[in-house]
Design a protein around this ligand. Structure first.
Ligand code: FAD
Length: 566
């Protein structure tokens, strides 16, 4: 279909058995107003998603070489690192979004955009099933198909509720611009509600109890923003109830900001304690009702506390379309889509994945782990002492910090607890960890763990890398191996994707931040905050958003934040 221009001019309304309704092809003129624009000489690239990965791919792609179509339920790109600032009105929602059609226009209008969500990927027929998301479009013409030669999946991830009862219904999430706007309204609603005359102090305290679940960068940044908003602005507007406000951060692990250097976690924890933010470290949320949140820790057991608002920021999960796709291609036991180092989805011709929805399988991990074990097991006994196991883990962590995070948080708890219990003992009889079992557990971790962090930095670099490969693909097409194929022996046309870490920030409120920069360099306090301002201003995707963001920051310095409930 894709390469036949005569057919492409026809109206295709096909009875779609798979979706149970009428399906239109986006390549042809349809009732949906989608025009025919087929250029059969060019290969079709379909990009799913207009986030960090998708947008970076589009901006760097030479779109004159391909017939490019983009599918995303949102017709804009969101600068997610500033989402927490939108929740308090430090910056406005419109200042951190860039219309995708602006980006397309700058590319000379070569790219087509469909505001729709992909709900099924069909790799055997090389097409994706999409549906319009607008409420106005209902019924049979809601769904359409898009053919591809190459598919770039960049649809990110969703908030992970871990199926904890009540989370979906009673908590706010902070993933999209709408989420940030809802949180902002909800904060103001809580303050207005808490001032009503018919309430007693207990009721006011409940309403003004703000709970943040998750002590990662998003949860911490939101807590800091909320604290600043309350202490710098709302304290002046609501002086009678200001003293009743409580902000709590619940974190399952031993510290907040565990992905950061230890100095940063400690600095952040101390700052939050000084600010009066209640840090509930080592607590696990088990239920959230519309009135209270139930949590537990080893020391306290299970208990519930009433709340006014909960923001859930406890990690990311797989979107349904990706889990369905993974089942189809034999990756059903994984949490994220596995790609090789060239970002190709294993076993799917022409399918690539970038960003939060994907993970590069580094085949080297288990080889390296095996080598480390071999070196440690000097007497070939098949088991190791506490000290030896600890050294092995340190070696593995050095090469693969993500495994450390994962082990700390969930897996292999029995082995780790055993190590913890017998610390200082060191006798071989006291702890005999079977190497084969240990390796099996690590292999399991390897299949679950995301080899690279789920950050904008990774997604943007992957999008950029892939676009550059596609730009050069034509040059390599004459080669017998074809585009983007790994030769069985010999050299690949493209070098594999290599992530370059430029550091990370954690804004902590009160014009202070923590910055972890390459070379183990850590900056804490006001200087890091100014660095944060300059980096995030420079990273904006357009001069328009850059100006708007800087204007918002200036406005906030002069007039404070806006507290209206709109
Ligand atoms: P996204 O950017 O999430 O984009 C996914 C795109 O896919 C969106 O356009 C979405 O509309 C679209 N989509 C969704 N479903 C479908 C579908 N079915 N069909 C088609 N399209 C679909 N990272 C950092 O490096 N630094 C930070 O400071 C930082 N701060 C953050 C703060 C917050 C509040 C959040 C939520 C994230 C932050 N991140 C940060 C992480 C970063 O935003 C993500 O890692 C990054 O967005 C991942 O990019 P992506 O392209 O994979 O997904």
């Amino acid at each position: 279909f894709g390469d036949r221009p005569t057919l492409a001019k026809l109206v295709f309304i096909i009875s779609g058995a798979s979706s149970g309704g009428l399906i239109a092809y986006a390549d042809a003129k349809t009732d949906l107003g989608v025009s025919s624009y087929q250029r059969p000489s060019k290969k079709k690239i379909v990009v799913l998603g207009t986030g960090w990965g998708g947008t970076s791919f589009l901006r760097n792609l030479d779109s004159s070489l391909y017939d490019v179509q983009v599918v995303s339920p949102r017709n804009y790109f969101t600068f997610t690192p500033l989402l927490p600032s939108v929740t308090s009105g430090t910056v406005e929602a419109r200042s951190i979004v860039e219309p995708i059609r602006n980006i397309i226009r700058k590319k000379g209008g070569e790219i087509k955009f469909w505001e729709a969500e992909c709900f099924k990927i069909d790799p055997s027929n090389k097409r994706v099933h999409c549906r319009y998301t607008s409420a106005k479009h209902t019924g049979e013409t809601d769904e359409f198909l898009v053919d591809y030669d190459y598919l770039v999946i960049a649809i990110g991830a969703k908030a992970n509720t871990f199926n904890i009862p009540g989370v979906e219904d009673n908590c706010h999430f902070l993933k999209e611009i709408e989420d940030a706007q809802k949180i902002r309204r909800s904060i103001m609603d809580c303050f207005e509600r808490a001032t009503l005359p018919n309430l007693n102090e207990e009721e006011r305290k409940k309403i003004l109890h703000f709970v943040i679940v998750g002590g990662g960068p998003t949860g911490v940044e939101f807590a800091a923003e909320l604290h600043d908003f309350v202490s710098e602005d709302l304290s002046k507007l609501y002086p009678s109830i200001y003293g009743l406000v409580k902000i709590a951060v619940i974190q399952g692990g031993e510290h907040i900001l565990t992905a950061f250097d230890e100095r940063i976690s400690t600095f952040a924890e101390e700052k939050f304690q000084r600010d009066g933010i209640d840090l509930k470290i080592g607590f696990r949320v088990v239920k959230v009702s519309d009135e209270d949140i139930t949590m537990m820790s080893k020391a306290t057991g299970e208990f519930s506390v009433p709340y006014g608002m909960v923001v859930w920021s406890a990690g990311i999960g797989t979107r349904l379309v990706i889990s369905d796709f993974m089942k189809q291609i034999g990756q059903g036991n994984r949490l994220v889509l596995a790609t090789d180092e060239w970002l190709r989805v294993s076993g799917c011709d022409g399918v690539y994945a970038v960003g939060d929805c994907a993970s590069i399988i580094q085949r080297k991990v288990m080889e390296d782990v095996a080598e480390i074990f071999k070196a440690a097991d000097k007497d070939n006994s098949g088991s190791l002492t506490v000290k030896e196991i600890q050294d092995v883990l340190e070696d593995i962590y050095r090469g693969y910090p993500q495994i450390k995070l994962y082990l700390k948080s969930r897996h292999m708890s029995s082995i780790l607890e055993l190590l913890e219990d017998s610390k200082g003992n060191g006798k071989k009889e006291a702890i005999e960890v079977n190497i084969e079992e240990f390796k099996k557990a690590l292999a399991d971790v390897d299949s679950q763990v995301k080899a690279l962090p789920a950050t904008a930095q990774v997604a943007a670099q992957q999008g950029n890398y892939l676009a550059k490969c596609f730009n050069k693909m034509k040059d390599t097409e004459e080669q017998s191996e074809g585009p983007l194929l790994i030769r069985e022996r010999g050299r690949h046309q493209f070098h594999p994707f290599r992530y370059k870490h430029f550091g990370q920030f954690a804004p902590l409120g009160g014009e202070q931040a923590a910055a972890e920069l390459p070379g183990d360099w850590v900056s804490l306090g006001h200087s890091a905050q100014w660095l944060w301002y300059s980096v995030y201003a420079s990273k904006q995707v357009s001069w328009r958003t850059r100006l708007l963001v800087v204007a918002d920051w200036t406005k906030r310095f002069i007039f404070g934040r806006d507290s209206s409930c709109i």
